[in-house]
Design a protein around this ligand. Structure first.
Ligand code: 3PG
Length: 392
């Protein structure tokens, strides 16, 4: 696959799609990981004497201008991180943008407005894709986090320009791809989160690849129920019980060790100040709900992590936003920080948990993609990546 390194960028206008969809509160960026992750590509374009025209979405404005979702705070933060002026324009296409680009010197950086202010972005409207393409000489996609979306700035534009991957895109695909297709063994996957429904494809694909499959989080209780246990008021997806059972049988047939919680932290209601206790998995009281894995489970999972050469983790083990139910998730985070194994964190909540625990720099790779890394782990083709293949 071609990368930004394969292009001569000197004097070229480079349309670079990044994923600057960062969390914000009252106009302040609360986590700039995604901006930092795009710096190597942006710096490279600058150093090579290209003109970096950056584009991103922010939030879900649904084709309309939403003042709070303008990219101005992102431009400011990017400028600080680059140590360089970043010009921000209030549109993403049109004459104002074109004249700003015409004024750019080699090595300048321009940030376009939120591409999702345009209805054509999410519709992947060819007219908008062409309008983006007209702004530049080449296209670089470094937005791994948005690569599962076939939108005008992630997929459509690649039809009209030489299109290559940026360094972040390349790193994400190589790291996740190698883990899935050529894994070090024993290979352990830890899947958590609230719903079985969201992880069906992931579990299915992983069952063909891993040695150990560990589950936790809300989704675990449908599995536990499928084995005949009572789970009280814990999360249950009635219509997924059969599937859960099948997954467990499939694991057995394939020689995959399937690990479920053996104890849990249960609460008498869903609240930080609920009454809680630790019980064995066969003893969840009728009116209580399990909100975290218990200490024996953490210990069991730690052992498996310790004996692995590669561990992939996606989805928290409990309601980690509440301190009382964060021990399971933190325990797994610590075990991953302490192991010599290659450790890969699928983005989203598990990445946030690792950040919160201050263990981010102990992991081999933390994906910047939430939905994108999930779809990748499911084995799906990502449109934003596929689009790069057919261009030299
Ligand atoms: C993400 O945050 O996962 C990406 O930026 C994609 O955002 P989206 O789910 O709104 O398409």
């Amino acid at each position: 696959k071609k990368s930004v390194r394969d292009l001569d960028l000197k004097g070229k206008k480079v349309f670079c799609r990044v994923d600057f969809n960062v969390p914000m509160q009252d106009g302040v960026i609360t986590d700039d990981t995604r901006i930092k992750a795009a710096l190597p590509t942006i710096k490279y374009i600058v150093e090579q004497g290209g003109k970096a025209i950056l584009a991103s979405h922010l939030g879900r404005p649904k084709g309309k201008v939403v003042e709070e979702l303008r990219l101005n705070p992102v431009a400011k933060r990017l400028s600080e991180l680059l140590g360089k002026e970043v010009t921000k324009v209030d549109e993403a296409t049109g004459d104002v943008v074109k004249s700003k680009i015409a004024e750019m010197q080699d090595g300048d950086v321009l940030l376009l407005e939120n591409v999702r202010f345009y209805p054509g972005e999410e519709k992947n409207d060819p007219e908008l894709a062409k309008a983006f393409a007209e702004l530049a000489d080449v296209y670089v996609n470094d937005a791994f986090g948005a690569a599962h979306r076939a939108h005008a700035s992630t997929e459509g534009i690649a039809k009209y320009l030489p299109a290559v991957a940026g360094f972040l895109m390349q790193k994400e695909i190589e790291t996740l791809g190698k883990a899935l297709n050529n894994p070090e063994r024993p290979f352990t996957a830890i899947i958590g989160g609230a719903k079985v429904k969201d992880k069906i494809g992931v579990i299915e694909n992983l069952l063909d690849r891993v040695d150990n499959l560990i589950i936790g989080g809300g989704l675990a209780y449908t599995f536990i129920k499928s084995q005949g246990y009572e789970i009280g008021n814990s999360l249950l997806e009635e219509d997924k019980i059969e599937l859960a059972k099948e997954f467990i049988e499939k694991a057995k047939a394939k020689g995959v060790r399937f690990l479920m919680p053996i104890d849990a932290v249960v609460a008498d209601r869903f609240a930080e100040n609920a009454n809680t206790k630790i019980v064995d998995i066969s003893e969840i009281p009728a009116d209580w709900e399990a909100l975290d894995i218990g200490p024996k489970t953490v210990e069991l999972y730690e052992e498996v992590i310790k004996d692995s050469k590669l561990v992939i983790w996606n989805g928290p083990m409990g309601v980690f936003e509440m301190d009382k139910f964060a021990n399971g998730t933190n325990g797994i985070a610590k075990a991953m920080a302490d192991t010599d194994a290659i450790t890969i964190i699928g983005g989203g909540d598990s990445a946030a948990a690792i950040e919160k625990a201050g263990l981010a720099d102990k992991m081999s790779h933390i994906s910047t993609g939430g939905g994108a890394s999930l779809e990748f782990i499911e084995g799906k083709d990502l449109p934003g990546v596929v689009a790069l293949n057919d261009k030299e």
